[in-house]
Design a protein. Structure first.
Length: 172
C-alpha cells in the first residue's frame, strides 16, 4: 500500500485559523500606528504653516498674513520662478493643495482663517482635520499666530477661528 504525502484538510484548516488569529491581532495595531504617523505629519504640517505665515508676514507687510494656504505655496502655472503674495513658495505643493479631504496630505486636510485689522491680515488660525475620521486620524489640530499647537479628541473639519482654536487643548 502506498502512503499519501501532503497535508490533511484538518492540518490546513488549523494553519489558516492560526494565520487569521495573528492577522486579527496585528491589523488593529498597524492601523493605530498609521493613525499615529498621520497625526504626527499633521502636527508637522501645521508647524510648517506657522513658520511660513511668519515669513509671509515679514516678506509682505502690506498684506499681513496669507489669506489662503495656496498663497503660501508655488503657483500652479509658473511654479516658484517668481514668488509673489499670491504664490509665495514658502511651503511645498502638497501642503499648499491639501485644503480638502480629497487632496489630503498624509490623511489630513487643512483650513486657514484670517482676521483683518489695520488694513492687513493681522491674525490667522490654521486647522487640520482627518480626511476620514477614525481611519486616517482621530484628533484635530489647530494653531494661530502664537504658534501653540492645540488638539481636540475629534474634528470633522479644520478649525479656522481663533475662538474655536482657543477651546482646544495645548499639545505638550
Amino acid at each position: 500500500m502506498q502512503r499519501q504525502k501532503g497535508f490533511s484538510l484538518i492540518e490546513l484548516l488549523i494553519v489558516v485559523a492560526i494565520i487569521l488569529i495573528i492577522a486579527a491581532i496585528a491589523i488593529p495595531n498597524l492601523l493605530r500606528a498609521r493613525i499615529a504617523a498621520n497625526e504626527s505629519s499633521a502636527v508637522s504640517s501645521i508647524r510648517t504653516l506657522n513658520t511660513a505665515q511668519i515669513s509671509y508676514f515679514s516678506t509682505y507687510p502690506t498684506v499681513g498674513y496669507a489669506g489662503t494656504i495656496p498663497a503660501l505655496g508655488p503657483s500652479a502655472s509658473t511654479g516658484c520662478t517668481t514668488p509673489t503674495s499670491t504664490s509665495s513658495c514658502l511651503v511645498d505643493w502638497i501642503v499648499a493643495q491639501a485644503t480638502a479631504a480629497g487632496s489630503a496630505k498624509s490623511g489630513y486636510f487643512f483650513g486657514l482663517g484670517v482676521t483683518a485689522g489695520g488694513g492687513i491680515n493681522s491674525a490667522y488660525t490654521v486647522g487640520g482635520a482627518p480626511a476620514a475620521l477614525s481611519q486616517t486620524g482621530v484628533r484635530g489640530f489647530c494653531s494661530n499666530e502664537d504658534a501653540v499647537i492645540r488638539y481636540t479628541a475629534s474634528a470633522a473639519a479644520p478649525v479656522t477661528t481663533k475662538a474655536a482654536c482657543a477651546a482646544y487643548t495645548a499639545l505638550q
